[in-house]
Structure formats: structure tokens, C-alpha cells
Design a binder for this molecule. Structure first.
Ligand SMILES: NC(=O)c1ccc[n+]([C@@H]2O[C@H](COP(=O)([O-])OP(=O)(O)OC[C@H]3O[C@@H](n4cnc5c(N)ncnc54)[C@H](O)[C@@H]3O)[C@@H](O)[C@H]2O)c1
Length: 506
């Protein structure tokens, strides 16, 4: 399907944060753009805001003044809705309210030409429900941009029950022509990103609630081992707890209170306290004048005279860590075994979702210390460790010393199932697998959405393939056993792929 050509006029209704950004994107792509807002002066203010943003680029020498003038010249604020009648694509980005959006769509249907496409930027309202009152719901499609629209590459093209395939394909092709990375999604709660990302916040919140460690340490582990841009607490402080908590509640309630999406009491309390994050100076962290962000818990230097690491069995994804230890001057001895490292009296193993205490008792392993997943063990600057209750202090110290010899900072956590990165990634992959099984989007589009919409270092399903579906399935099964909670039940597709010994892409 062809993209709309630049001769097609685009209309954007609602000139707030999103509408202004979308108008900028369309104008930068060469379209004439009508910008309308019911508030007097808001459309002009929206256009001025775009000019201000672009002026910064001109000042930095990244854009020519004449290009700025041309883009701004193409954005035309219009006072009356009637003036958008000849637009070929109308994108609404007004207040998130079903009835108000329905009324706007009814008005647009009456005044726009029969072949005009109507698109909604809603983040949480069903496109099917929005189309239900329309004469021709087949011409309504979701065109879900991310904030800030000019910078974020992802556009979810959301198909309601009645949306015509041709309409969705035209919007998809148009988004591509505008330099975006569009993905198709069916109109299900949270679409792709706002659904699949829930565990990213939920698992850190849960670990904080269970006093695994503090917020700054969890954030540091997610960044330095997981290679996510921000930890869950930094990110929710930035998003605003009112907004993030509302999205979680909306997804939870839309899925008939499936425990997988259970909101967090800690976040509820922050909202009740008015600690909304950066925007009002206090969230998990303080942001006022002179406020200092707390340091993550990092183990002091541990000494060990040991020089030999015995690698028992296949280290799997942790193989680059062995290489780092070798490069640090340690002697590596390989022999058969269950996939673990011995350093002096310490036995180190990658978490399989069981608590160290439970695993040590069940497998009869003395002095067990579990380590967390890293996105890339050859680069991770920090790793989380958790020791079994039965493990001696000397063994914990040896385990810390071993990682420190490889230049890895160690955060020692209380013994909780699945540690931090492993648990988060397993739950992200689980949610992604469930979304794929339910036909919300394709496997490739889900991974693309999580990378382009949230800057994840890797799509959760391709990450799961790298870890081995069997390992992810084990991790989830073990976490589910630990809590006896439905929240951690492995998704059917993950379970099936684990038994078929295949990945999502193979
Ligand atoms: N802010 C985000 O991060 C984000 C991200 C993706 C999608 N969205 C969605 O985009 C939409 C807009 O969000 P926003 O953050 O830009 O909101 P906003 O409050 O910044 O802007 C909304 C604008 O719509 C105008 N408006 C309200 N009712 C109107 C009507 N009937 N006709 C014309 N104009 C009207 C308001 O005057 C306001 O200027 C919502 O549906 C929201 O869910 C928001």
C-alpha cells in the first residue's frame, strides 16, 4: 500500500504535547498541516512551541533557518473544525475521554470527504469502541505516537474490529515515509508497548516491596547489568507516578484484573502522598535544589587468595564472564558439571528462578551464591548476587572477590526468586509471548515496538531466544512455584516452545 503523498493535507486535532509533536512530524515530512484546538490560541501556541524546538537545532547548526521557516510555514492553525474538511488524514490527539473523542469523530465524519482517513492517538481507549458510533468505522485507525513524537520512532498502527486493512496499511506506509518505525497491533488493552512493558515496572516495585534492596541499587542493576537506559524508579519518576499508576490500573482493569498486571501498593502510596516524580520535585528520589541521588549499594573490595576458577559444565550465556576472569589473570579449569563456577569454597551459578536458599537445599549444594542475568557479560559493569541462608560469610566474600577481580561492581541482594534482570526479562518475554499468542502483534513487531518505543537494548523475545526458551520457562516456573501466584504463570506459547526446544524466531 502506498503512503499518502505530500500533496495530501494532514489535520491534527488537539495541539497539546502530542498534537504539536505530530504536526511537526507531518510538516517535516513535507505535508501541509492544519492544527486545531478548541482552546483559543492553543494551536498557535503549539506551532510556536514547534518553532522554538526547531530553533534550538538551527542554533546548534543542525538545521538551516530556511528549512525551519518552511516547516513552520506548512503548519496552519485553524480556529474552526470545519476548516479541516479537505484533509486526507485527520489525527486526533485531544483529551483521553471516550465520549469526547466519539463526539469529535462524529463531527469529523460529517465534514470530511468520504475517503479521508480518521486516526486516533489514544493510548488506552479501544479503537473498536471509538469506532462503534461511527457511520464508517472502517476508516478509523489508531496511530499511536510516543512522547515526544518528533524523537520517538515507534508508531503503533492499531486496528479496531472494523478497521479496513487498506486504511491500516496506508497509515503504516505513511508513518514509514515520515521516518517512523510503525508496527501493527490489534485494539487490545495497552496495545503492545503499554502492555508488554508492565513487568519492567512491576518486578522492580515488587522487589523493592520485598526489601530485596533499595531503589537506587535496583535501578543501577537494571542499567549496568541489564543495559536498559533507565531503571524502573528513575523512569517512573520521569513519567510521573500519577500517569504510570493510571496506565497500570487501566491495563489491570481492562484485563479483568488478571494478577499478571497487579498494581503496586508502593506506587499507590507515592501517588497518594503527591510524590509524583520529577515534575513536583519528589518521587522515589528527591529533585529539589541541591538534591542528591542516593548511591547504589556496592560491596566494598573483598580479598581472596584464590587464583583458580573451576568451571563445571557449560556456562551458557555467562561464557563471556569466564573470558573476563581469564583476562583478569585467573586460571580457568574446565570439567563436567551442572553449569556452575567454583572459586575457593564458593559455588556460583546463574539464577534459575529459585531462591538460593531453596536451590542449595534441594540440590544439596553448599555455599551457593547466585548471580543475575546481564545483557552482555563481556561489558556488564555491575552484577547482583544473592546467597543462600546456609552459605558461609567466607564463601559470599569469595564470590564477591571473584567478580571484583573481573572489574564488576557487586550488589548483594536479599535472597529473592530470579534476582533482578533475569526476573524482569523473563516476565517481559512472558508478556510478549502471551501478546503474540493472542494475535496482538507479530513476534518481530513486538520486539521492534519495545526497542523503538522504549529503547530496550533488545526485544524480549529475541532476548529469550538468546537465553534459551527452556531456561526462561524454568525461571518462570520456579518463580511461580516460589510465590504460588498466578502472576508468574508461564505463557502458553513460551511453554510450548520450551518443550519443542525452539525459539520464537527459529
Ligand atoms: N502525553 C503522552 O505521553 C501521550 C503519549 C501517547 C498518546 N497520548 C494520547 O494523546 C492524546 C493527547 O494527549 P496530550 O498529552 O497531548 O494531552 P494534552 O492535554 O497536552 O493536549 C490535549 C489538547 O486537546 C485539546 N482538546 C481537548 N478537547 C478537545 C476537543 N474536543 N477538540 C479540540 N481540542 C480539544 C486541549 O485543549 C489540549 O490542548 C490523548 O489521547 C493521550 O492519551 C499521550
Amino acid at each position: 500500500m502506498q503512503a499518502l503523498d505530500t500533496q495530501t493535507t494532514i489535520a491534527v486535532i488537539g495541539a497539546g504535547a502530542m498534537g504539536s509533536g505530530i504536526a511537526q512530524v507531518a510538516a517535516q515530512a513535507g505535508h501541509r498541516v492544519y492544527l486545531h484546538d478548541q482552546r483559543d490560541g492553543a494551536a498557535e501556541a503549539g506551532r510556536d512551541g514547534v518553532a522554538k524546538q526547531l530553533q534550538r537545532r538551527v542554533d546548534k547548526g543542525k538545521m538551516q533557518q530556511q528549512d525551519l521557516d518552511a516547516i513552520i510555514g506548512r503548519i496552519q492553525p485553524v480556529a474552526n473544525l470545519d476548516e479541516v474538511a479537505d484533509a486526507g488524514l485527520v489525527i486526533e490527539a485531544i483529551i483521553e475521554d471516550l465520549d469526547i473523542k466519539r463526539e469529535l469523530l462524529a463531527n469529523l465524519e460529517n465534514l470530511c470527504t468520504g475517503d479521508a482517513i480518521l486516526a486516533t492517538n489514544t493510548s488506552s481507549i479501544s479503537v473498536t469502541a471509538l469506532g462503534a458510533g461511527m457511520k464508517k468505522p472502517e476508516r478509523l485507525v489508531g496511530m499511536h505516537f510516543f512522547n515526544p513524537a518528533p524523537l520517538m520512532a515507534l508508531v503503533e498502527v492499531v486496528m479496531g474490529l472494523a478497521t479496513s486493512k487498506a486504511v491500516a496499511e496506508t497509515v503504516h506506509a505513511t508513518a514509514t515515509a515520515w521516518g517512523k518505525k510503525p508496527v501493527y497491533a490489534t485494539s487490545t488493552p495497552g496495545f503492545i508497548v503499554n502492555r508488554v512493558a508492565r513487568p519492567f515496572y512491576a518486578e522492580s516495585l515488587r522487589l523493592l516491596q520485598e526489601q530485596a534492596t533499595d531503589a537506587a541499587t535496583l535501578d543501577a542493576i537494571i542499567r549496568e547489568a541489564g543495559q536498559f537506559r533507565m531503571g524502573a524508579f528513575e523512569l517512573t519518576d520521569l513519567i510521573g507516578h500519577d500517569v504510570n499508576y493510571a496506565v497500570t490500573n487501566s491495563v489491570f482493569n481492562s484485563y479483568f484484573q488478571d494478577p499478571r498486571f497487579l498494581p503496586s501498593l508502593i506506587q499507590k502510596e507515592l501517588v497518594e502522598a503527591g510524590r509524583l516524580g520529577r515534575k513536583n520535585g519528589q518521587g522515589f528520589y528527591p529533585y529539589g535544589e541541591g538534591a542528591e541521588k542516593p548511591e547504589p549499594q556496592t560491596e566494598p573490595a573483598h580479598q581472596s587468595d584464590e587464583t583458580v576458577v573451576i568451571v563445571e559444565g557449560n556456562p551458557g550465556v555467562a561464557a563471556p564472564l569466564i573470558q573476563r576472569l581469564r583476562e583478569a589473570g585467573l586460571t580457568i579449569v574446565e570439567r563436567d558439571g551442572p553449569g556452575q563456577l567454583r572459586f575457593g569454597n564458593a559455588v556460583l551459578a546463574l539464577t534459575d528462578g529459585r531462591m538460593a536458599t531453596e536451590r542449595a537445599a534441594t540440590d544439596g549444594t553448599s555455599n551457593l551464591v547466585l548471580f543475575d542475568l546481564a545483557f552482555d557479560y563481556s561489558k556488564a559493569s555491575r552484577l547482583a548476587l544473592a546467597a543462600a541462608d546456609q552459605t558461609s560469610e567466607a564463601a559470599v566474600s569469595n564470590a564477591c572477590a571473584l567478580l571484583q577481580k573481573a572489574g564488576v561492581a557487586v550488589s548483594l541482594l536479599a535472597d529473592r526468586p530470579g534476582l533482578v534482570v533475569m526476573r524482569t526479562v523473563a516476565m517481559l518475554a512472558n508478556e510478549a509471548a502471551d501478546a503474540a499468542l493472542h494475535g496482538v502483534a507479530t513476534i518481530a513487531d513486538i520486539d521492534l515496538a519495545m526497542k523503538a518505543g522504549l529503547n530496550y537494548p533488545e526485544g524480549p523475545l529475541s532476548w529469550s531466544d538468546r537465553l534459551g526458551t527452556g531456561h526462561v520457562f524454568n525461571v518462570l516456573t520456579n518463580i511461580q512455584n516460589s510465590y504460588a501466584e498466578d502472576r508468574y504463570r508461564p505463557a502458553l506459547l513460551l511453554r510450548k516452545n520450551a518443550f519443542a526446544q525452539k525459539g520464537f524466531y527459529s
